[in-house]
Ligand binder design. Structure first.
Ligand SMILES: *Cc1c(COP(=O)(O)O)cnc(C)c1O
Length: 348
C-alpha cells in the first residue's frame, strides 16, 4: 500500500524546512545555523523525573519576565520559538478560512507551520530596503488573522522601523495579531518593541534561548504578549511542554551569573561581526549588508561557486534565497578569521 496517499494532501505536497542540520555537510567551521560558538556548561540534577513537569514552571516564567521587563502573566514558554509560531497559528487561524501574512525574504517556518496546519498564506514581499510594504499590506489584509514580521530579520539582518511596526499595529487593531519575531533581539536590545505592549493589545513577540543564550539544543523559547493572548495559547499548548531538565538549565542561563556571561559573549560576537563586516567589505565586488543579529548577509560576484568551494574545504555557510548572497553566522574569532582568509584568497 502506498502510505503517501494516506497522508493529508498538504503534507504530501510539503517540502520540509531545509534546516542546516538536514542539509548536512562535513567540516570544521560551522557558520550555517546562527548558532553560538560558546559551549557553556550547566548542571542538571537528574532528579524529580518520575513526576510530570509543570505546564509553565513559575521559576522559568519569572526569570524570563524579569529579563524581558514584563509581567509574569505576559510570558509563555514553549519548545523553542518555533513551537510558538505553530501555537499562534493553531490558536488564531481557522484552517481553510483564516490566513497568515508574512513578508519575504524572511524566516521559513511561518509558511511551513501554516502549511502543516492547513492555513493559507498571504505573501507581501518587503520593499527594496527590506522594510514593510505598508500600502500593499493594507490592501491585502482580508481574512488575515496573524502577520509575522521579523526584526532583526533572518536572513537579511536588518531591523524593521519602529514607526512601521506601530503603523501595522494600528492598521490591524481589533482584526489581527502582529507577531514580531525577536529571535535575535538580544544582540541589539534597544531595538526591541517590548515597550509597545502596553499600547497595543494585538502585539505578540517571539523570543528564544537558541541564539544569544547559546542554547539552540535546549529548545526553549518564549512568547511575550498581553495576558489574553497568553491565556488563549495556554488552551492549545500540550499539557507538559517543558521537560524538567530544560527548566533547570534555562533558569541557570537566566540567573544573574548566566545573564552576565551571555552579555559578555554577545559583546564578543558583535565585535566578531564587525571584524567580518570590515574584512569582507574591503574585498572587490563584495557587498556586506548591515546586520544586527549574529549573522551577516553578504553579496558575492559568484556566490554559488564560492559557497561550493567553501563547503568542499570544510567551511559550511548557508545559501540564501536572495540571489547572489550567502548568509554567514558569526562564530568565534578563529572561525571568522579562517572564513575571511579563505574568501579573500578565493577572490584574489
Ligand atoms: C532561530 C529562529 C527561530 C527559532 O528559534 P527556536 O527557539 O530555536 O525554535 C525563530 N525565528 C527566527 C527568525 C530564527 O532565526
Amino acid at each position: 500500500m502506498d502510505l503517501m496517499r494516506l497522508a493529508r494532501k498538504d503534507v504530501q505536497a510539503l517540502t520540509p524546512y531545509q534546516s542546516a542540520r538536514r542539509l548536512g555537510g562535513c567540516g570544521d567551521v560551522w557558520l550555517n545555523a546562527n548558532e553560538s560558538p560558546f559551549d557553556n556548561e550547566y548542571k542538571v540534577s537528574g532528579r524529580g523525573l518520575n513526576r510530570y513537569s509543570t505546564c509553565q514552571p513559575d521559576a522559568l516564567i519569572h526569570a524570563y519576565a524579569s529579563y524581558a521587563g514584563v509581567k509574569n502573566e505576559q510570558v509563555l514558554t514553549s519548545r523553542g520559538a518555533d513551537e510558538s509560531i505553530e501555537l499562534l497559528i493553531r490558536t488564531f487561524c481557522e484552517p481553510g478560512e483564516d490566513k497568515i501574512m508574512f513578508c519575504p525574504p524572511t524566516y521559513g517556518m511561518y509558511a511551513i507551520s501554516a502549511e502543516t496546519t492547513g492555513v493559507d498564506r498571504v505573501i507581501v514581499p518587503s520593499t527594496a530596503e527590506w522594510q514593510l510594504d505598508l500600502e500593499t499590506i493594507r490592501n491585502r489584509l482580508d481574512g488575515v488573522k496573524l502577520i509575522f514580521v521579523c526584526s532583526p530579520n533572518n536572513p537579511t539582518g536588518n531591523i524593521l522601523k519602529r514607526s512601521d511596526i506601530e503603523a501595522l499595529l494600528e492598521m490591524t487593531a481589533g482584526k489581527a495579531i502582529v507577531v514580531v519575531d525577536e529571535a535575535y533581539i538580544d544582540f541589539c536590545m534597544e531595538e526591541s518593541v517590548v515597550g509597545l505592549l502596553s499600547r497595543y493589545p494585538n502585539l505578540a513577540i517571539l523570543r528564544t534561548l537558541s541564539k544569544a543564550f547559546a542554547l539552540a539544543g535546549l529548545r526553549c523559547g518564549f512568547t511575550i504578549a498581553n495576558n489574553q493572548i497568553i491565556e488563549l495559547m495556554l488552551k492549545v499548548i500540550a499539557p507538559y511542554p517543558v521537560p524538567v531538565p530544560v527548566t533547570e538549565i534555562a533558569c541557570q542561563a537566566l540567573s544573574e551569573q548566566g545573564l552576565a556571561r551571555m552579555k559578555c559573549q554577545l559583546l564578543d560576537l558583535n565585535a566578531n561581526r564587525a571584524y567580518l563586516q570590515a574584512g569582507l567589505g574591503m574585498l572587490n565586488g563584495v557587498t556586506v549588508y548591515d546586520g544586527y543579529g549574529n549573522y551577516l548577509l553578504v553579496r558575492f560576484p559568484d556566490a554559488h561557486g564560492l559557497f561550493a568551494k567553501l563547503w568542499d574545504n570544510g567551511i559550511i555557510l548557508r545559501k540564501s534565497p536572495i540571489d547572489g548572497c550567502i548568509r554567514i553566522s558569526v562564530g568565534n574569532r578563529e572561525e571568522c578569521e579562517k572564513t575571511l582568509a579563505f574568501i579573500r584568497q578565493q577572490l584574489a
